[in-house]
Ligand binder design. Structure first.
Ligand SMILES: NC(=O)c1ccc[n+]([C@@H]2O[C@H](COP(=O)([O-])OP(=O)(O)OC[C@H]3O[C@@H](n4cnc5c(N)ncnc54)[C@H](OP(=O)(O)O)[C@@H]3O)[C@@H](O)[C@H]2O)c1
Length: 270
């Protein structure tokens, strides 16, 4: 069974990936391989997570061919002025010739963003990444970036308590995807009465309903993180049911603009 995907140009982004922030240490490679065994074909890492070596090892140990796995990594703003050596270092750690998606992890000041975005073209030309994108960029920052490089997505915090309606409409209008990080609101959604009520009707969990609500929106992918095997399977098992429009709307109504990520380097979210 192949995972449903979002197609942007010639790039297919599997709708669900494993988030790997804080998956480090001796068990990390085994966690990644286990997720792939469950069916995940999309792994989200970053230089900042200090686990690229473990992610690469987990993929190699999984027994699934590298070409079947969509790998994303991200470059931190401290490397924006000399992006290529940072990307080369990531590839060395991952032991890969290229990643599927290379993101600028957080926006910086306008000049540094411009410098970094320009180098994304070189990343593609050198074959270091199939596609490039950004993370935590506002609409205004995206507006600058997309003119200078073929940005295919913005990875941002998105869950039922934080609307991304404006950003999503903008991304769709330029054929870009939204990858939803922190999709379970760090686990908070699992105790939400509205989500639990909808879940009971579908014989699913509140977490599954949340992830389903996200992937049932056009151009949205999700990257929940867990190290527990049963939760990995639970989070992945969201493609065998469908929410009604009324249920989708009830979840949209949970929005309270609650951002769980420090927005210090991107203050103008609107
Ligand atoms: N681009 C960025 O700036 C950025 C920022 C933040 C995150 N991210 C990416 O997005 C990924 C996901 O975000 P996140 O890790 O911050 O938050 P998240 O996926 O919303 O939540 C993860 C938390 O939920 C728990 N959890 C997972 N599945 C569960 C389930 N089925 N039932 C109950 N609890 C469950 C996990 O605990 P256990 O592990 O103990 O199961 C963990 O504590 C990250 O790993 C990273 O790859 C990107």
């Amino acid at each position: 069974m192949s995972t449903p995907a979002i197609t942007i140009g010639s790039t297919h982004i599997p709708r669900i990936g494993l988030g790997t922030y804080k998956i480090t240490g001796p068990d990390a490679a085994g966690d990644i391989a286990a997720a792939i065994g469950i069916g995940y074909r999309h792994i989200d890492t970053a230089r900042m997570y200090e686990n690229e070596a473990e992610v690469g090892k987990g993929i190699r140990n999984s027994g699934v061919d590298r070409s079947e796995i969509f790998v994303t990594t991200k470059v931190w703003p401290s490397d924006f002025h000399d992006l290529l050596p940072a990307v080369e270092d990531s590839l060395r750690k991952l032991q890969m010739d290229r990643v599927d998606l290379l993101l600028l992890h957080w926006p910086s000041d306008p000049e540094s963003n411009k410098t970094a975005v320009a180098q994304l073209n070189e990343v593609i030309n050198k074959g270091y990444a199939k596609s490039v994108g950004v993370s935590n960029f506002t609409i205004a920052q995206l507006e600058e970036a997309r003119k200078e490089a073929p940005i295919i997505c913005d990875q941002v915090e998105y869950h039922p308590y934080l609307s991304q309606a404006k950003l999503l409409a903008y991304l769709r209008s330029y054929d870009m995807a939204l990858t939803a990080y922190r999709p379970l609101a760090l686990g908070k959604v699992t105790k939400d009465p509205v989500l639990m009520d909808i879940a009971s009707k579908h014989h699913k969990t509140a977490g599954q309903v949340t992830l389903r609500w996200l992937v049932q929106q056009d151009d949205v992918a999700v990257i929940p993180k867990t190290t527990h095997r049963e939760r990995m399977a639970e989070n992945f098992n969201i493609f065998d049911f469908e929410l009604t429009q009324q249920e989708m709307d009830a979840i949209f109504a949970l929005n309270k603009d609650e951002r769980l990520t420090n927005p210090s380097t991107a203050p103008d979210w609107d």
